[in-house]
Design a protein. Structure first.
Ligand code: ACO
Length: 319
């Protein structure tokens, strides 16, 4: 037996950075950003910490699941950059929640939430756990070159959490990675060793946008086709399709090649931009809180990100 989702939550910083405000910082315009990406606003961290936002999302998910942190058997945080290099962000969250189970991070960039669910699936299948918390959060505003208009308009901060319990909600899941460090990467930054002769690079995101774009469309189509088939379903049976929210044009180009009804796509990129691992759980929590998920509904998810990684899955809503 694998897992079902028992509860969801999400959190994002208060500050809303609009396209208009960005246009005063770099040479861009609301029109360019909206038409090329679908993004209107994004949230950026000012006074909040990654931990506070992760804990807020986790508490919402625990509340809905009706369990306490003490009942968790596993915490996984999907993130590229927690508060510390060590300990893991999952351990920091664990401390704040008062949980006492194994906890560790998974870094698969924007695909991190789906990678974390596949890892959790292994623990459930081996009968090792009854409840798991997955938090997926990235703070991209602290990894962004705010003078580079080709990247800084795309990203935002935020993330979400799910509490998983034993069940048959997970119908199929598929991960890939293709060992590409050229088209999307962020260096670690300054080196501290006086012996190390390498030059530390600025720890900001570098991206060859058009390469990532092509990879994203091809692999979203491939991933969704595969997990829908593995789940024994037709694409028309997917009630809610939650794609990674990187660019509305990527979503539309992939959707044009798939047979999922267009009205079933969950899209919130306009208000959050690309929050990396946070995108899918934020969108999942929004549809859940809006009361749009009915027992038995099939939810498709598909993400792509640095690595280059992809993750796709089909989950049945069992609540
Ligand atoms: N404002 C105004 N003009 C801009 C901006 C901007 N913000 N950014 C780029 N331009 C200009 C370019 O300089 C270029 O000008 P030129 O023709 O004079 O040279 C022109 O606009 C076109 O640039 P392109 O890069 O060709 O624009 P494109 O239509 O490809 O859109 C984008 C760029 C939005 C980045 C697109 O390629 C994309 O979405 N790529 C995928 C991004 C993605 O999914 N990233 C995932 C990251 S996930 C993670 O791991 C964090």
């Amino acid at each position: 037996m694998s897992f079902s989702i028992l509860g969801t939550g999400h959190a994002a910083p208060e500050y809303i950075l609009s396209n208009e405000e960005l246009s005063t910082m770099v040479d861009t315009s609301d029109e360019w950003i909206r038409t090329r990406t679908g993004i209107h606003n994004r949230r950026v961290t000012t006074h909040e910490t990654t931990t506070e936002l992760c804990v807020s999302a986790s508490e919402q998910a625990l509340d809905e699941a009706g369990i306490t942190a003490k009942e968790l058997d596993l915490i996984i945080c999907a993130t590229m950059k927690g508060m510390y290099i060590t300990p893991s962000q999952a351990c920091v969250i664990q401390k704040e929640l008062g949980a006492s189970c194994p906890a560790f991070d998974v870094n698969a960039a924007c695909s991190g939430f789906i990678y974390a669910m596949d890892v959790a699936d292994g623990f459930f299948v081996r009968g090792k756990i009854k409840h798991a918390l997955i938090v997926a959060f990235d703070n991209l505003s602290n990894m962004t070159d705010w003078t580079d208009r080709s990247t800084c308009v795309l990203f935002g901060d935020g993330g979400g959490a799910v509490v998983l319990g034993e069940g048959d909600g997970l119908k199929s899941i598929y991960l890939t990675a293709s060992g590409n460090t050229d088209v999307l990467y962020a260096p670690r930054g300054e080196l501290t060793s006086p012996f190390d002769k390498h030059e530390g690079e600025k720890p900001v995101l570098h991206m060859v946008g058009q390469e990532v774009y092509k990879f994203a469309v091809t692999n979203m189509v491939r991933g969704v086709r595969r997990v829908v088939k593995d789940a024994g379903l037709e694409q028309s049976q997917i009630d809610h399709m939650i794609p990674h929210q990187a660019n509305i044009r990527i979503i539309e180009a992939a959707a044009a090649k798939l047979d999922i009804p267009h009205e079933n796509y969950v899209i919130n990129i306009g208000e959050y931009g690309n929050t990396s691992a946070g995108c899918i759980p934020i969108a999942l929590d929004e549809v859940n809180k809006a009361g749009r998920l009915k027992k038995g509904d099939y939810i498709g998810m598909c993400a792509f990100g640095a690595g280059l990684t992809t993750g796709s899955c089909v989950i049945q809503w069992t609540k």
